[in-house]
Design a binder for this molecule. Sequence first.
Ligand SMILES: [Zn+2]
Length: 96
Amino acid sequence: MPDICYRCGRPFVQGDSRYEIKVVMKSGFDGYLPDYQSQDFVSEFEKLERIEASSERAERDVYYEIELVLCYRCRRELEDILGGFKKFEEVQKKVH
Ligand SMILES: [Zn+2]
């Protein structure tokens, strides 16, 4: 267990509340693969460069997991951020 808050770096002292946070984001694949060969937008070399540059990002896009420990204040801020994620239907109600 870390002895400082992952986000703000505040050291935990005996008796402090600390919160273990685990975030997992997994890609939901629908089975459809676009036909890139029919698209004439870049050379093969450029395609390879893009693939290499984005491979790490692509891995994270498929599966991303992070575990961290936060202090109470940072945990509350994270909770507020997550609470700020409005469902599509809620956003639509505000617009109309
Ligand atoms: Zn903190």
